[in-house]
Design a protein around this ligand. Sequence first.
Ligand code: G3P
Length: 213
Amino acid sequence: FLLIAVLAVVAYLIGSISTAVWLGKAYYGIDIRKHGSGNSGATNTFRVLGKKPGTIVMLIDIFKGWAATSLAGLLVIFDAIPANNLVIFQLIFGALAVVGHIFPVYERFKGGKGVATLLGMMLAVQPEVALVCMVIFVIVLFTSRYVSLGSMIAALAFPMLLLLHPRFHPDNPILIIFGFVLFAVVVLTHRKNINRLIAGEESKANIGIGRKK
Ligand code: G3P
């Protein structure tokens, strides 16, 4: 049990790594939370600081979710849990990393929206489904130019794809439940984006159909 508790805390601390805030402060001397959408995430880093730092933040935030989720494998290696319980602990640790990203202990609990970290978790538990979600995200982004809309639709796609999957897998029910809960979390972190989308005021990425040359 001690190992489970320690790894759970480590998963949360990994998620808490505030990549966008720290990179912005260390290399650009700005607090990303005071610029653009005010979000401590990859999208806002792209928007405020550009492609290179945006890509770095995106990759590290994805990696955080993947790494925290993968910690669950240690529980099997050290015989703390039976192998058939692996997925549930992967999901718990991945979800803790997403929570850490949104409420980072190092940054007075003011973090991002959890999308890249959630993607990392999805890649660790269901890589094929995660890749389909990424394709859906890219399609929505390139057609609407709204990152937030793409994020929410991709987060919903994960449990929906598993729900509609013709081949039953014993892990599916728990994956679907966690998927819908995390989709609800993503909707909550995107409250302001949703209001802006409805009002037609959401900022558009300069990408895809209709971008400025
Ligand atoms: O990943 C977060 C994205 O969906 C929205 O970010 O900065 O446009 O609010 P932002």
